[in-house]
Design a protein around this ligand. Structure first.
Ligand code: AMP
Ligand code: GLY
Length: 421
């Protein structure tokens, strides 16, 4: 089986390394990939959003399956394009990917099908949104750009002035372009956050091991929001009782809602949840594997990933038994100094072996390039270092001891991943 992985992050590297373990996988290609992915797959310089370019590559290399991992190509309809041309593809259709690509779509879906989420309203005009926020009279108030915004489209406004500034930037100054033509204003929820990824073929849903992301740049959940600075799995707040409640009230209703709307979801569906005092509620859906959730969830998977991917694409997920290791995983992200704001690239990374790996941990490359036999930084989030163990403490110990052996100029990482657990 030949697989083409679309994307260039740590998530894609983790998917590639897991697929490599599957006996049936004989060849893995990746476009565009990164320094670490180039050690595990053949990389091609086709941008992830270049739909015709990706189709040409898949046809020329005669691949059996295209795995579309990032949000943008899914929202653009890459899976539909591949399927129209007779190429099997993992990921939701363009219509189903709206569950992530439009917050207005996902909020209306949840409202229509009584799926628990924050109270909300949709606006196109700043004055109308401000009048609503004023009438609500409660802060913080959560303001979200409708469309994709690299994970930066959410503002938690502490007062009216902050809300006004955010609304102006999104609706009037075009901070997120077309993605900010509309906003969702919603109720602020409190409680522990849980990420749950699920395999689904549109009819059957099997959730994976839960995880916890750490979105803020600095220790103690301070600093700016990032794409994710670290993760642990399983998430200790996600008990079997809560998992059963989520399955009944959130996961299966979402699956049925997408069927009823005529856009069944196949691929990996990501549930971003908050465990509020009034029960679990959805804060966001993603139409794909999370990053860096994938870097802790997949190392715990025991069943060959290629078998699951095949079953999803062929709509026979109900036929396979998915097994997990009874262990814990922790991932620490090493970022470039300055991230998530401006940072420099091209810093030489020391402490990795020729394959880009380190002892006693698995290293997932994100913003790296491989040049003249060396790995250099090439993005904001550079590496995700995952440790595994029988306990969370052991997993964290392994991850951090590997992290200490890796260095590049300006490296920044959080020292408190998993500390809240
Ligand atoms: P998102 O980009 O949608 O994952 O949102 C980024 C972060 O904003 C989430 O991880 C939450 O911490 C926070 N957030 C989003 N929506 C809400 C909400 N309704 N209440 C409280 N926090 C929220
Ligand atoms: N880690 C959050 C995401 O992938 O969107």
């Amino acid at each position: 089986m030949t697989i083409l992985m679309v994307g260039s992050g740590g998530r894609e590297h983790a998917l590639i390394r897991k697929l490599k373990e599957s006996p049936r996988v004989t060849r893995i290609l990746c476009a565009p990939g990164n320094g670490g992915a180039s050690r595990d797959a053949e990389c091609f310089p086709v941008p992830a959003t270049d739909l015709p370019g990706m189709l040409k590559l898949a046809q020329r290399e005669d691949v059996d399956l295209v795995f579309v991992a990032p949000d943008d190509p899914l929202a653009l309809g890459m899976v539909d394009l591949m399927q129209k041309n007779g190429i099997r593809a993992f990921g939701p259709s363009k219509a189903a990917a709206r569950i992530e690509a439009s917050k207005v779509f996902s909020k209306r879906l949840m409202e229509k099908y009584s799926i628990p989420t924050a109270e909300y309203a949709v606006f196109e005009v700043t004055a109308d949104a401000l009048a609503y926020i004023r009438a609500q009279g409660t802060f913080p108030s959560v303001i979200k750009a409708d469309g994709l915004a690299l994970g930066k489209g959410v503002v938690i406004a502490q007062d009216l002035a902050e809300a006004k500034a955010a609304l102006r930037a999104i609706l009037e100054e075009g901070k997120f372009g077309q993605s900010g033509r509309r906003v969702v204003v919603e109720e602020f929820l409190t409680g522990p956050e849980v990420s749950v990824l699920a395999f689904t073929d549109g009819k059957t849903l099997v959730h994976m091991i839960s995880s916890m992301d750490h979105k803020r740049a600095l220790d103690g959940d301070k600093g700016l929001n990032t794409g994710g600075m670290g993760t642990v799995a399983p998430n200790p707040h996600y008990t079997p009782e809560i998992a059963a409640e989520c399955m009944e009230k959130i996961f299966l209703p979402t699956l049925r809602a997408m069927q009823a709307e005529g856009c069944p979801f196949a691929g990996c569906l990501y549930f971003g949840l908050i465990l509020t005092p009034n029960g679990p509620k959805v804060i966001e859906y993603n139409a794909r594997f999370g990053d860096p959730e994938t870097q802790v969830v997949l190392p715990l998977l025991d069943t060959p990933l290629a078998d699951i991917v095949d079953a999803v694409v062929d709509s026979r997920l109900a036929d396979i038994d998915i097994k997990w290791k009874n262990a814990h995983a922790a991932c620490v992200v090493l970022a470039s100094g300055g991230y998530p704001e401006a940072y420099e690239k091209g810093k030489v990374i020391s402490g990795l072996d020729a394959d880009g790996q380190a002892d006693n941990a698995e290293v997932f490359h994100a913003g790296t390039a491989y040049e003249d036999g060396r790995f250099v930084t090439n993005g904001g989030r550079v590496l995700g270092v995952t440790g595994m163990g029988g306990t969370l403490a052991q997993a964290l110990e392994r991850a951090y001891s590997a992290v200490e052996g890796i260095a590049f100029e300006g490296v920044h990482y959080r020292r408190d991943i998993g500390a809240k657990c």
